[in-house]
Design a protein around this ligand. Structure first.
Ligand SMILES: [Zn+2]
Length: 177
């Protein structure tokens, strides 16, 4: 078969760019900017961003929302043949959910040595037994870009907090006492 007739695989960086786009949507909504996409047979079947504040739901992490929508697209809770791309290493909740949904691979941008559950702090994706499934893992894809958007978000949040504090100080100094 001649090479030009083969579908060119797009690669991890391409799909991580799409996950980053989801993270930008989160930032625009005032959410911690983390995004996820799920890919099957070179096709994006689900995409989502962290919506904890928007939905007032602590379980509404990007991966959780993407998993739910991928399962409904596939029509099965088993996400065999799928790869999950997420901009930051999954937390224990998401890693637990991932291993239950059984995607083949999990690819993430920033490793999280403090709270990550894909090898950073603990590893739930590779604990077979007792969880009955093992996800192949790739870390550090577009790590700098994934980190930059998070750092920018937290820098802005700190600056906003400081400005509010200053404004309150000015207000109270105006009070005649
Ligand atoms: Zn999570």
């Amino acid at each position: 078969m001649s090479e030009e007739f083969m579908i060119e695989p797009k690669g991890d960086e391409f799909y991580m760019q799409l996950a980053l786009r989801e993270a930008v949507k989160a930032a625009e909504a005032g959410e911690v900017p983390i995004g996820a996409v799920i890919v099957k047979d070179e096709r994006v079947i689900a995409r989502s961003w962290n919506q904890v504040e928007t939905l007032k739901d602590a379980t509404a992490h990007a991966e959780m929302l993407a998993l739910t929508s991928a399962q409904s697209v596939v029509g099965d809770w088993r996400l065999e043949g799928c790869t999950v791309y997420v901009t930051k290493e999954p937390c224990p909740m998401c890693a637990g959910a991932l291993v239950h949904c059984r995607p083949d691979r999990v690819v993430f941008g920033i490793p999280d040595p403090k709270g990550g559950a894909a090898g950073g702090w603990i590893n739930l994706l590779d604990s077979n037994p007792p969880l009955n499934h093992k996800c192949e893992m790739t870390s550090g894809v577009l790590q700098e870009e994934c980190l930059a958007i998070l750092q920018h978000f937290f820098r802005e949040a700190r600056a906003k907090k400081k400005a509010e504090k200053e404004a309150r100080k000015q207000e109270s100094s105006k009070d005649p006492s």
